[in-house]
Design a protein around this ligand. Structure first.
Ligand SMILES: *Cc1c(COP(=O)(O)O)cnc(C)c1O
Length: 392
């Protein structure tokens, strides 16, 4: 696999591990290999100190306290624990859940998996912009609604939802509120208090940390939140997630949180936005008929999701393979069913089949943006010409 000279613009699928993150992890893969639960010797103490620092770093990013952080294997697990764990622990109060059609599959499938246990999920449609219809949302809440789950920022179309507004509605009605911020960390300010969040899913690998590690924020205090564990065993993480903690992974998560917080202050977000806007200018000026799915308003600073009509997107992605991007969503791109997110915003059939997702990251340079944009403009013209020549 030749990856020299390639340009990575698939930062919604995953991000490169920041070298300073990798460096911080290394000692915990080598000399500091202890089990943080070993309280009888220094190997354990050193590991424990590292994971507790990571816990504080995660808490610091989202305005929480370290006691409210439960370590997991990533956002998928956090979301499963949040949704299934809350549903089971609160079934005595009601069995109705509310979410959106544009949610990540982790949310949609966790809700669906609760069906056989008698839970019912309302999956709300969204506006063509990808936005929630607040009036419709409020109407969907019932006496027996126990949980609302929405993304803070969409992983395909980048739509940023009014999470604080949604949280306030839930809080007022005593409904547990879960949000997945996997795509928002390091791009948007996050504060669990201001957003009235009860549960929040986080993952390291979308913010230049390692894959396979994340966290669930579980609010403490009154009214007391009830969540049932899904993984049973040694009782780690206050019984909410058993299993030996992974210090090197958690050190990576913690460090990536420190850098994500910094990104909001040091101009990194604005730099990504400038690059994203530059890319959109090159594409929109050079490609006739290109469509920006879900519009530019309330969009994550680093996201573009475009449809390029009258182009076979597979032929195009092969022709532009030096640039790593995704067609639709990474999870969905291995099968041929169009993205459920593009379906939900009412994209036309052709637009769904010709969608390309770009995600700018910390390490992209201006030259890469220029090159990637120019390559797409050139190859779209070639593929269109070829199609015309063959009467396709
Ligand atoms: C990537 C992603 C996930 C899945 O996270 P993992 O850590 O890979 O399990 C969940 N939600 C969103 C919004 C994502 O972008």
């Amino acid at each position: 696999m030749v990856i020299n000279n390639s340009i990575y613009l698939d930062n919604h699928a995953t991000t490169a591990v920041d070298p300073t993150v990798a460096e911080a992890m290394w000692p915990y893969l080598t000399e500091h290999f202890g089990n943080p639960a070993s309280s009888a010797h220094a190997y354990g103490w050193v590991a424990k100190e590292a994971v507790e620092l990571a816990r504080e770093q995660v808490a610091e990013l989202i305005g929480a306290t370290s006691k409210e952080i439960v370590f997991t294997s990533g956002a998928t697990e956090s979301t499963n624990l949040a949704i299934i764990g809350t549903a089971r622990a609160n079934a005595f109060r009601g069995k109705h859940l509310v979410t959106l059609a544009t949610e990540h599959k982790a949310t949609l499938d966790a809700c669906e998996a609760l069906g056989p246990e008698g839970f019912e999920t309302t999956v709300l449609p969204v506006l063509p912009s990808g936005q929630i219809d607040m009036a419709q949302f409020k109407d969907s809440l019932r006496e027996d609604t126990i949980l609302v789950s929405v993304l803070m920022a969409n992983n395909e179309i980048g739509t940023v939802l009014p999470v604080a507004e949604i949280g306030a509605v839930c809080r007022e009605r005593g409904i547990v509120f879960h949000t997945d911020v996997a795509q928002a960390t390091g791009k948007l300010p996050i504060d669990v208090g201001a957003m009235s969040v009860d549960l929040m899913s986080i993952t390291a690998h979308k913010m230049h940390g390692p894959k396979g590690v994340g966290a669930l924020y579980v609010r403490r205090g009154r009214p007391r939140l009830k969540v049932n564990a899904l993984i049973h065993g040694g009782g780690q993480e206050r019984g909410l997630r058993s299993g030996t903690l992974s210090p090197h992974q958690l050190v990576g998560l913690g460090k990536s949180c420190v850098l994500a917080k910094l990104a909001l202050q040091n101009g990194e977000v604005e730099s990504m936005r400038t690059k994203r806007d530059r890319l959109w200018r090159i594409l929109s000026e050079g490609i006739e008929g290109i469509v920006l799915n879900a519009g530019m308003e309330n969009r994550l600073a680093n996201n573009l999701n475009v449809s390029i009509p009258a182009v076979d997107s597979k032929a195009l992605l092969i022709a532009t393979r030096q640039v790593a991007v995704s067609s639709g969503s990474a999870c969905a791109s291995s099968n041929l069913t169009p993205s459920h997110v593009l379906q939900a915003i009412g994209a036309a059939q052709e637009e769904m089949h010709t969608a390309v997702r770009f995600g700018v990251g910390r390490f992209n340079t201006d030259e890469e943006i220029e090159q990637a944009g120019a390559l797409f403009v050139e190859k779209v013209a070639e593929v269109r010409e070829m199609s015309a020549a063959f009467g396709l």
